[in-house]
Design a protein around this ligand. Structure first.
Ligand code: GDP
Ligand code: GDP
Length: 459
């Protein structure tokens, strides 16, 4: 699990500017989609080979202009909840403001690792600029200028890196304990109930709030649920639910918190981006649940983006298919075809979790996706298919020279990676590379998982 650093502070203190600086070295933005994150933004950052996620708590919702203080509190609380480390940004020029005190109060309550960062301190006397903020009672203050870039390396090296390292150590220990507990739980179940040797397929159930994840999980698990291993922690942690279907074991990664919800008091938002990201990372197969009545939204597309970037196997369930006229169903299928056209590998199921229609069939596609993602394919077979593809459709010339693929082998699984060696193969056009991927997909009958290709030039 990657440590999470939240930037909190009043509007205009320079959080976005700092966010951009910290994530600059990494091009992979995790999520930047209005709606999914409300006005929170998630980016990947890296320093000395240590990766972390940065959350920016950004601007203000239009509908909340009137309650700015309330909005700050809400955004701040959500970001703090998801974070391991909090950078509390204040404005070194403006000095201490009432809103800073409100935020400080929440931070103290949260007991997260917090560091006060005074921004905009370029060209002013740093000591006097910072003296105000000692009143926050939160220890040393780190002066920076996010826009001029001063103090940023110090911040990375002396503040963020040690905290990230500490966090990883704690997480390692926790993970170990957690893995132990999980293994034990599974071992007990294995002996008592299933007496089976196969590994459980880790299946993450994700989707926006209210699409029906909880209802579906209850259906999938039915009465067979025996032990639920509840990972200790906050709302950002998923619940792992072991189950068995037709002799195959599964470990459901429940992001909806079926079990936990009753315990959690009203205030906490049901949907956590970090939880969804981590569920996707931990899963073998992702089951993305969509709502037939809401069709596909930007938020769904951005979840799909996360799944594909990670190379995860995918099954799509369009839920609440009950009570729709056949005309409406046709329209919906058409719309889905249009917006999901870019994913040609995932099976789509139309189901009703509430009325138990089509739910059982999901397992077939989940198993298929898992088998395909982990299928071993020999070098001889891959090379043969590659030659067939090239014979049917020659690659275009590059600078007047013929591109010559020579052999292919598997470079990894889950997702399958096929590596092609040859002369000038790195110069193949994107459309030819897509042709090859599709050719491999058809020839090997690979469904439910993305396929990655790598190209190596050999003289
Ligand atoms: P946010 O609302 O906290 O995300 O703040 P922004 O990053 O959008 O910055 C607010 C304003 O402060 C912008 O006009 C920035 O250009 C400016 N700003 C950010 N960092 C610095 C800095 O280090 N020095 C100065 N002088 N201005 C800055
Ligand atoms: P979650 O937030 O994704 O876990 O969604 P829930 O499982 O809590 O479901 C949200 C709402 O949708 C509840 O009122 C469910 O009863 C309803 N719902 C779930 N599945 C279906 C379905 O297949 N058909 C219909 N009509 N409603 C459903």
């Amino acid at each position: 699990m990657i440590p999470v650093v939240a930037l909190v502070g009043r509007p205009n203190v320079g959080k976005s500017t700092l966010f951009n600086r910290l994530t600059l070295t990494c091009d992979a933005l995790v999520v930047d989609c209005p709606g999914l994150t409300r006005d929170r933004k998630y980016g990947r950052a890296k320093w000395k080979d240590k990766e972390f996620i940065v959350i920016d708590t950004g601007g203000i919702d239009d509908d909340q202009i009137k309650g700015i203080a309330a909005n700050i509190a809400r955004q701040t609380l959500l970001a703090i909840e998801e974070a391991d480390i909090v950078l509390f940004i204040v404005d070194g020029r403006a000095g201490l403001m009432a809103a800073d005190l409100v935020i400080a109060k929440h931070l103290r309550k949260s007991q997260k690792n917090t560091v006060v960062i005074a921004n905009k301190t370029e060209g002013i006397a740093k000591d006097s600029a910072m003296s105000d903020f000692y009143a926050l009672g939160m220890g040393n203050i780190v002066p920076i200028s996010a826009s001029h870039g001063t103090g940023i390396n110090y911040l990375r090296e002396q503040i963020i890196l040690p905290l990230v390292n500490a966090c990883l150590q704690v997480e390692d220990a926790e993970k170990w304990l957690y893995e132990e507990a999980k293994t034990e739980t599974l071992a007990v179940q294995e002996n008592q109930l299933f007496n089976q040797q196969s590994q459980p397929i880790k299946l993450a159930i994700i989707g926006r709030p209210n699409v029906g994840k909880s209802t579906l999980i209850n259906r999938l698990v039915g009465e067979e649920r025996v032990i639920v291993y509840d990972m200790p922690g906050t709302t950002r942690d998923s619940i792992y639910v072991p189950m068995v279907h037709d002799g195959q074991q599964y470990l459901l990664i429940d992001t909806a918190g079926v079990r936990k919800r009753r315990k959690v008091t009203g205030k906490v938002e049901k949907f956590s981006v970090i939880k969804t990201i981590q569920a996707i990372e931990d899963a073998n197969v992702v089951l993305l649940v969509l709502d037939a009545h809401q069709c596909i939204s930007d938020q769904d597309l951005s979840l799909l983006g996360l799944i594909i970037n990670k190379g995860r196997s995918l099954v799509i369930a369009v839920n609440k298919w009950d009570g729709m006229s056949s005309k409406k169903r046709d329209v919906l299928k058409e719309t889905l075809n249009n917006s999901l056209g870019f994913i040609n590998f995932a099976r789509v199921h139309f189901i009703s979790a509430l009325h138990d229609r089509g739910v059982g069939n999901l397992f077939e596609s989940v198993n298929e996706a898992y088998q395909c993602a982990t299928k071993r394919v020999s070098t001889a077979m891959l090379t043969r298919i590659m030659y067939m593809a090239v014979a049917e459709h020659q690659p275009p010339l590059v600078r007047g020279r013929r591109v010559k693929p020579k052999y292919a082998h598997a470079g990894g699984y889950n997702p399958p990676i096929f590596v092609i060696h040859g002369t000038q193969v790195t110069d193949l056009t994107d459309s030819y590379k897509r042709y090859l991927i599709n050719y491999f997909r058809r020839s090997l009958n690979i469904m439910g998982t993305p396929i990655r290709m790598q190209f190596n030039d050999n003289p």
